[in-house]
Design a protein around this ligand. Sequence first.
Ligand code: AMO
Length: 433
Amino acid sequence: ARLPRTLTRNLSQFDGQTVRLQGFVHARRDLGGVQFVVLRDVSGITQCVGSGLSLPLPESSVEVVGKVKAHPKAPGGFEVQVETFTVITAAIEASPLEIPKMEWNVNPETMLDYRYVSVRGLRERAALKVQAELVFAFHSHLREQGFTEISTPKIVSAGAEGGANLFKLDYFGEQAYLAQSPQLYKQIMVGVFERVYEVAPVYRAEEHATSRHLNEYLSLDVEMGFIDSEEDVMNLENSVLTVMMERLKTTCAAEFALLGATIPEVPAHIPRIPLMEARALVTEKYGHAVGGKDLDPEAERLLCQHYAETEGSDFVFVTKYPRAARPFYAHAEINADGSLSPDITRGFDLLFRGIEITSGGQRIHDHAMLMDSIRAYKMNPEAMTGYSEVFKFGMPPHGGFAIGAERLTAKLLGIANVRYARAFPRDRNRLTP
Ligand code: AMO
């Protein structure tokens, strides 16, 4: 009978026994009398040693049957002494990139030009594995908390976040757009399931090339009904992040070791600071004059430095955003006397290791208030009826947030550009592969 396939990761359980491995030729060396093949499978790499082997080109897929032997110098501490070596599918030409030699900072454009093979690199796939585990934990914790997964349209008739960064699309002669966010639909779905989430790509026509912007990114969206305030939403994000980091500890230790990165501790209560205080702190402590109405990238970096140094936290919530820096659906701050603030909202951002990874907040749920806001933002109320009408039908107080998956992944692993936290990034100059 044919031996079952063994993953390279499990070799230590088979010391002295014969195993069957399948994978790709990661590297190879022919010393004449003896040949070495480093075999890469989904779980890691293993050195295989044989004699009289005719070695196929790197990246060929192969099968090795042989005996496992402890070998302190081999990756993983074991090697396989080849008995039979079978080429499953031979590579028909040399790979344009030498997979074992790749680094993110080596020739980045070439890496992306040949992304269909460069994603096979150990570091490259480690980032994608970490992201997959983050998404898994996001699903599992939210399901446990009574959330239902939804799927909202990515072809839409209007933008949710305003601004000019909408991709236009011809929809059978009608003007349509690619969704910037599931925002309006996730709010509507609170009326159905009360607690909802979505994991899906969204689209932003950002013209500029920065290390934090993609034109297509994975948005981890949450919306939750029957809240008291945005504090409930921040508490939920606090616990989601805790579960996500715990998941990484049990599933991605090797990936973090490979990249020399550390999994952060999520404080039981992530520090929270109102935006205006954050701006003042950065100016007073670091002498940085903050431009605009929000935090600029340098202010985000300095604020994170402050909380890392003073509270040992890699995370900080910036709360109570001014109206001028928030979209029309943001709920106004409710003053102590019950009146609504004209210029402060219940919107927040979450910063992590120097950059914004989340926006969120409480939303307007009162129909009249919503219509006022739509008009105040100079939006066309007629174009919004597919959304605004539902607020005539008992929408409860609600709020939510969205995490940019690539930003979180990149910051966790110390990857300098979000493009390398996505398998096939779309940026200003890149539509293939
Ligand atoms: P916002 O527009 O702030 O909020 O986006 C939420 C998060 O998405 C990530 N992000 C990006 N990542 C990569 N490339 C981009 N171009 C990009 N733009 C944004 C960031 C950001 O924090 N509807 C609200 C969310 C909500 O309130 O629920 C929204 O979309 O990590």
